[in-house]
Design a protein around this ligand. Structure first.
Ligand SMILES: *[C@@H]1O[C@H](CO)[C@@H](O)[C@H](O)[C@H]1NC(C)=O
Ligand SMILES: *[C@@H]1O[C@H](CO)[C@@H](O)[C@H](O)[C@H]1NC(C)=O
Ligand SMILES: *[C@@H]1O[C@H](CO)[C@@H](O)[C@H](O)[C@H]1NC(C)=O
Ligand SMILES: *[C@@H]1O[C@H](CO)[C@@H](O)[C@H](O)[C@H]1NC(C)=O
Ligand SMILES: *[C@@H]1O[C@H](CO)[C@@H](O)[C@H](O)[C@H]1NC(C)=O
Length: 526
């Protein structure tokens, strides 16, 4: 069975749909940009290669014409033996064969310098610069499957470039759908695989341009047969194989049939989701459970009294949850400050890749691990951030970790987790992470909500806003209700900055209480 693994397709998918890679929870639009650069270099190199080849062909053509003219002239002018009887003519013929043809054929045509150049370029690209491989294509496809699962996106909509009713100009070709189906099959995701194969089948069959000379419809049917078999539908599998074998009895599907006959059929197992999954997907989709006695009791308010810093520009507080208290403070950072943060992030990346890359080369793989960067509070913009966190929370920044800046690409997510450590506390800090301050540094076109899976709460990212909550009770016991998650980004790029505060320095800021319950009033309003 033909099994195309077009590298073009691989890059295409990574660029358009980047997903989590090799089991990482998120990927980064920044590393995708590096891949786009790699592709641009490939395009340039291929174009130069084709031009060089074309020039060479033109040169051969002219050269050929010249030799042909001389040959024709020779045989046309005189009888050939008379012509060759002339010592100069004999010399010229021998010279052409020994020198000219030799140069033409044995040096330029056979050596083909443009091709050698191109080959060494491709070698360098794949070896030194970092180039996506099969596992990364699988990662991208897993990312797509995850988007479908979390957001309940149908395969046919996605293939049409339709996401939640928005139409993006990026519908997939049959070959791409087929490739996704094959990869999902290899990943054991038979149900999804079958959906993508069906889309590929319909697209190919209805394509006015493709004539299916290579029998891809049969290949699709063969994969669909195997997926059906794994899903516990041996009859359907058999029917599909018959459709291939009736017109074409010597097709490789014959072996597939024998193989399946030798096996016990698969089971139609529904994948088992973890217990948090239902809450997670519901909230990621922006749906809350109706709450008893609701009629939203939480009102936004302005707070100019928390600290003198906010006298002129009062805090715009949106309390989104009580007990545990979770507040969103809007408009904390303006675009200029956010740009300054990214200037600091860029500096860090330069420092790091000079250390990690060989010979100062930036590699795609390196960037993947540097999707998060830590910034301390020395740069002016970071000093402002430090002041904001201190004045809003009332905590002493001596207990603060550096700010972690993270970039989530399409499909990038972070499954539910608490921010506290509970065990194995890091030695550099005193106490556990008492609070989280999360700055949204970008808007996200679609997806990327922050959700609290135990609290029926979702927060869409709003650029410039700060979300703050406590991870510990007043007793300093961990508050398990603070489990939260970053939903997959569907479209766009999500950037956040997290500051975790440790409890060690905060004795006078948030007195401990022996009762574990959190205190009803907003703790950090001193
Ligand atoms: C590719 O070529 C274009 C113009 O031919 C040039 O502007 C661009 O910088 C090149 N890109 C790379 C990555 O070499
Ligand atoms: C997913 O969407 C389909 C319609 O496209 C709907 O019938 C189904 O109930 C949805 N499932 C969930 C879990 O939302
Ligand atoms: C803060 O970070 C910068 C850049 O990484 C570094 O040069 C500097 O030494 C750091 N300062 C402190 C106090 O850690
Ligand atoms: C799901 O959310 C409800 C309330 O929104 C909560 O009571 C329940 O514990 C949550 N389930 C899990 C597994 O987090
Ligand atoms: C401890 O918490 C209880 C109830 O939550 C409250 O009545 C009491 O005043 C608190 N004590 C201190 C020292 O904060």
């Amino acid at each position: 069975m033909s099994h195309p693994h077009g590298s073009f397709l691989g890059i295409f998918l990574l660029l358009i749909w980047s997903g989590a890679v090799k089991g990482e929870f998120y990927s980064s639009v920044d590393s995708m940009q590096d891949l786009a650069q790699v592709e641009q270099e490939l395009i340039n190199a291929t174009r130069s290669y084709l031009e060089a080849q074309q020039n060479q062909l033109n040169f051969y053509r002219r050269y050929m014409e010249q030799i042909k003219r001389e040959h024709e002239w020779a045989v046309g002018q005189l009888k050939l033996d008379e012509y060759l009887g002339h010592p100069l003519h004999a010399f010229r013929l021998i010279k052409r064969l020994v020198l000219d043809w030799d140069e033409l054929i044995f040096e330029t045509i056979i050596e083909n310098k443009p091709r050698e150049d191109f080959r060494s370029f491709v070698d360098a690209l794949t070896k030194d610069l970092g180039y996506p491989d099969q596992s990364e294509l699988q990662g991208a496809i897993k990312g797509l499957a995850r988007l479908q699962r979390v957001y309940n996106l149908t395969t046919s909509d996605l293939a049409d470039g339709v996401i939640n009713g928005y139409h993006y100009d990026s519908e997939l070709q049959w070959r791409e759908s087929y490739e996704i189906g094959v990869q999902l099959f290899d990943l054991g995701e038979y149900k999804r695989s079958l959906e993508w194969l069906q889309v590929a089948f319909v697209l190919l069959r209805n394509s006015p341009l493709e004539k299916d000379e290579n029998g891809y419809l049969s290949d699709i049917r063969e994969y669909a047969a195997m997926a059906n078999f794994e899903l516990g539908n041996p009859e359907r599998a058999d029917r599909l194989l018959k459709q291939i074998l009736t017109p074409e009895p010597i097709h490789s599907a014959q072996q597939t049939r024998k193989y399946l006959e030798s096996r016990v059929t698969g089971k139609n197992v529904e994948e088992k989701n973890p217990s948090w999954f239902a809450n997670y997907t519901r909230l990621c989709q922006g749906r809350r459970l109706p709450e008893k006695g609701s009629g939203n009791p939480l009102k936004c308010y302005l707070d100019g009294k928390r600290h003198a810093y906010f006298t002129l520009a009062p805090l715009q507080v949106e309390p989104v949850h009580l007990d545990p208290d979770i507040n969103v403070y809007h408009g904390m950072l303006n675009s200029k400050q956010i740009l300054s943060i990214f200037v600091e992030v860029d500096k860090e990346e330069m420092v790091r890749s000079a250390v990690a890359g060989e010979g100062g080369k930036r590699t795609v793989r390196d960037l993947r691990v540097s999707q998060q960067t830590w910034l301390n509070y020395t740069a002016p913009v970071m000093q402002s951030i430090s002041r904001i966190v201190q004045f809003v929370s009332g905590f002493d920044m001596a207990g603060a970790e550096s700010m972690q800046v993270a970039n989530y690409g399409v499909g990038g997510q972070y499954e539910p987790h608490p921010d506290y450590f509970e065990v194995n506390l890091p030695k550099e800090f005193e106490g556990d992470r008492i609070s989280t301050s999360m700055f949204y540094l970008s808007n996200v076109e679609q997806g990327g909500y922050t959700v609290f899976t135990k609290l029926n709460l979702f927060l869409p990212p709003v650029k410039g806003a700060l979300v703050m909550w406590h991870n510990l009770h007043r007793s300093l016991d961990v508050d398990v209700r603070t489990f939260h998650a970053g939903c997959p980004v569907i479209v766009g790029s999500k950037r956040i900055g997290n500051i975790w505060m440790h409890s060690g320095f905060q004795e006078f800021r948030r007195p401990c209480n022996l009762t574990s319950d959190s205190y009803k009033s907003v703790a950090y309003r001193n």
